[in-house]
Design a protein around this ligand. Structure first.
Ligand SMILES: Nc1nc2c(ncn2[C@@H]2O[C@H](COP(=O)(O)OP(=O)(O)OP(=O)(O)O)[C@@H](O)[C@H]2O)c(=O)[nH]1
Length: 623
């Protein structure tokens, strides 16, 4: 069959092929079973040999497999022999569920014609179910509801469908009830995909327009572009133009993922596949650009993607200052594959040359840190993430500041505005009180509360982004037994009484450790952070005072005592092997530290400002 497709070239054959294509994406709230469903579809269409089948086969990044989450979208072509005797070509695009990766979802949806909306029948509609289905509706996709996990005793497919109808307003009479785990109902689902997801409609004779929806760098082939052909067709050897970049290339490889890269001679309107064209300049091939034929260009480019606004920023520095250029190259390459990553150079007196990097959330930041370390073999120090503040100065000028150490002297500041979000928390009725308490403790301002049905409530708060991103979600989850779900979007910037807290180690201000806190929390947080630094910074052979200050006023202080003895002295005359081993161990430990002044500071120190959610004092404001 694959050979036959390769040979297809007459117009009739192309039309016939197009009629049999179904492009769809799978969207859902996190953990509702998208990747497991993708596995079953691959298995039941015999796309992967039984012996190669493993769980979550499309999550091919080691990080995705370890964490059991989807970070990147993945597209794959499979062939399905339907009951009508015809063979269909499915292009399936699996997408991440976590809110930090919603940009991946929106880009994937622009490549599809329909979406399977997977809803866990034991959980019902959740906050990200809504967020993701609205993205699909915005993209004019045909939506096919899939009620998953019906093998579980607590599954309530009927109730789940009622929620989909009431909360989203989608008809569920065609919904498929499945267990992605056991495969129950998946055969019926495949038939429904053929009937309900529309075939693509692009004109095969029109000038080429193909949307770049993802890309990655390959050191042999250059940039590999993931494309959805919207109009016309593309052939091996064609001269192509990237319309926004205004650069021409020759196609050196075309193909589809099934799930391994499988070369093709042509891709036609409706196809989802990849192309390479010896593109070495990674700044040129960007997601959202349109590929056209250089000899017969399209009139205009397709609509690209809205740029993302990062929610949090952190500094990334190489532990070894000599690796700055390597870090820059790594960020360049990574940003090709992660279109939501933003960065610009910055310098820190404490850490040297590095970058201020924007992320969509903390999970995104974690993933970027791990990818830099694993895929690019870099050792980095990452500073505590912060939001962007609008600083209005007494002279009337305004500045956007995403690095606390850049906040000017208090005397020149008229006011500081911080970002607030509209947070929607969906929660069973019995936990409403708990959720409201948590939101209020995080400076939330109550907005509205609506009953979705008899037992579920939608609670809305305006909350400072800086309070929500760090641990609010975890807290909400753990105090509602996992039943609450959260979604948020930026509401705007509002004035708050904020203070910059500087940290001094051994009398020197460490710019990379400065942080911002609301006035009411400042004293307690300063105490918690200095206490935490005392624990994570190793003792040295002199005493190290740690102080926290607002301007010149010290608000908290503690000391790290000096060593009493030199540990190596004792074994100096003893076994030379042991001494060498000890020194090796010390050296390895030191590699992950930054020397600031005379003090060695480990990575954990920069995170001391974060992850204090369980510390009561940290969360306590002035009453
Ligand atoms: N019992 C049961 N468990 C299921 C079913 N489908 C998925 N699961 C389990 O639910 C968990 C989440 O499934 P995933 O497929 O990773 O969910 P996902 O939506 O892809 O998650 P993200 O990619 O992280 O957004 C896994 O432990 C699956 O084994 C099902 O039909 N029945």
């Amino acid at each position: 069959m694959i050979d036959k497709i390769k040979m297809m070239s007459t117009f009739e054959e192309q039309l016939d092929r197009q009629k049999h294509i179904r492009n769809f994406s799978i969207v859902a709230h996190i953990d509702h079973g998208k990747s497991t469903l993708a596995d079953r579809i691959l298995e039941m269409t015999h796309s992967v040999a039984q012996r190669q089948m493993k769980a979550q086969i499309l999550d091919d990044m080691p990080l995705e497999r370890e964490r059991g989450i989807t970070i990147k979208m993945n597209s794959v072509e499979v062939h399905y022999d339907a009951k009508d005797g015809q063979r269909y070509i499915f292009h399936l695009i699996d997408t991440p569920g976590h809110v930090d990766f919603s940009y991946e979802v929106s880009r994937a949806l622009a490549a599809a014609d329909g979406a399977l909306l997977v809803v866990d029948a034991t959980q019902g509609v959740q906050a990200q179910t809504l967020a993701n289905v609205y993205l699909a509706i915005d993209n004019d996709l045909e939506i096919l509801p899939v009620i998953n996990k019906i093998d579980l005793p607590s599954a309530d497919p009927k109730g789940t469908k009622a929620e989909i109808e009431d909360d989203i307003g989608i008809d569920t009479s065609d919904a498929a009830d499945v267990s992605a785990k056991t495969g129950l109902g998946v055969a019926d689902l495949l038939e429904k995909i053929v009937k309900i997801i529309p075939a693509p409609t692009g004109d095969l004779n029109a000038p080429l327009q193909a949307l770049i929806f993802d890309s990655k760098y390959d050191s042999y082939r250059g940039v590999v572009l993931s494309i959805r052909v919207k109009e016309g067709q593309i052939h091996l050897g064609d001269k192509i133009r990237l319309m926004n970049a205004g650069a021409d290339y020759e196609v050196t490889e075309l193909g589809v993922f099934s799930p391994d890269a499988t070369p093709r001679k042509e891709l036609i309107a409706g196809d989802v596949g990849y192309l390479t064209a010896s593109i070495k300049d990674i700044h040129i091939a960007r997601s959202g650009d349109t590929v056209t034929n250089a000899d017969r260009p399209a009139q205009k480019a397709l609509q690209g993607y809205r740029p993302m606004t990062p929610m949090v920023y952190a500094g990334i520095y190489p532990t070894d200052n000599g690796k700055y250029n390597e870090l820059r190259d790594a960020l360049d390459k990574l940003s090709l594959n992660d279109a939501s990553l933003e960065y610009e150079p910055e310098t820190s007196t404490a850490l040297g040359f590095g970058f201020r990097v924007g992320f969509l959330g903390l999970l995104h930041m974690d993933v970027v840190q791990e990818r830099l370390e694993r895929e690019f073999d870099l050792e980095i120090v990452i500073t505590a993430p912060t939001v962007t503040y609008h600083v209005i100065k007494t002279d009337g000028s305004e500045e956007d500041i995403s690095n606390p150490s850049d906040i000017p002297d208090a005397s020149s500041i008229k006011e500081i505005r911080e970002p607030f979000v509209n947070a929607t928390i969906m929660v069973p009725e019995q936990y409403v009180g708990t959720v409201m308490e948590l939101a209020q403790a995080k400076r939330g301002i109550f907005d509205t509360m609506d009953y979705l049905d008899k037992s579920r409530v939608n609670v809305k708060y305006k909350m400072p982004l800086s309070e929500i991103i760090f641990d609010f979600f975890d807290k909400i989850k753990s105090s509602t037994k996992g039943y609450a779900s959260l979604d948020y979007s930026l509401a705007g910037f509002f004035v708050s009484d904020l203070k910059k807290i500087d940290i001094l180690l051994n009398g020197d201000k460490v710019d990379a450790l400065s942080f911002i806190s609301h006035k009411d929390f400042a004293d307690n947080r300063a105490r918690v952070v200095t206490g935490k630094l005392k624990k994570v910074i190793p003792r040295q052979n002199f005493e190290i005072p740690i102080q926290a200050a607002i301007g010149s006023k010290i608000i908290a202080r503690t000391n790290i005592k000096a060593y009493r003895k030199d540990v190596t002295v004792k074994i100096h005359t003893g076994d030379p092997d042991r001494r060498a081993k000890l020194l090796d161990k010390q050296r390895a430990g030191k590699a992950r530290m930054k020397s600031i002044g005379r003090v060695d500071v480990p990575q954990e120190a920069f995170m001391a400002i974060l992850k204090n959610s369980d510390d009561e004092q940290y969360n306590k404001g002035l009453s």
